[in-house]
Design a binder for this molecule. Sequence first.
Ligand code: FMN
Length: 198
Amino acid sequence: MNYLEIINRRRSVYTLTDRLPISENELVGIVEETVVATPSPFNVQSGRAVILLGEQHKLLWDGIVYDTLKAIVPEGAFENTAAKLSGFAAGAGTILFLEDQDAVDGLKERFPTYAAAFDGFAAHALGMIEVNVWNALAEQGIGANLQHYNPLIDDMVKSRWGIPASWTLASEMVFGGIARPAGPIEKLPASERVRVIR
Ligand SMILES: Cc1cc2nc3c(=O)[nH]c(=O)nc-3n(C[C@H](O)[C@H](O)[C@H](O)COP(=O)(O)O)c2cc1C
């Protein structure tokens, strides 16, 4: 599969199973290699990932996110929310993507001229990690979707898994075997989004 085939294979897949086509250790290796390979501004390498597998993954969705939302979502709307969360829990794992704020702050001190831009740059770099991981999982036939229950869950996540105070949660990528592939999606034609000037 060439690169364009892989990035076209990547979709938001919401109906997942806990059965992966590769071993957990292989998946961990792919995520590690992808995080390290992805570029960052001034090579700051502020992106972090925490991989939750098996019961730890289920605890995130059936425990932390469920309890957090149950306390704030109106009674009538919670049934839908709960169904969505149990769909995430049915996957094989979740990758938490985080930003090490200490690293970004260090960059601001080293390069004060660009200080105002670094939060944005760091977010771009973390987005690059996210999409590189998403593509790498797609290449293996692993389905994934990207969630953002932060900052609601930040404190519970940090205390449950001993995550350093300076790491700020940015997103949660749920992954697993593909029970139902993504449906068709409408896209603007490239001609509306890409201009060629020669
Ligand atoms: C930066 C970013 C944030 C997203 N946040 C969410 C999210 O919070 N919840 C969700 O279900 N999907 C989220 N998505 C998935 C998008 O809705 C999805 O990628 C888009 O509709 C295109 O569909 P595709 O991923 O199947 O190509 C996010 C995607 C991106 C790139």
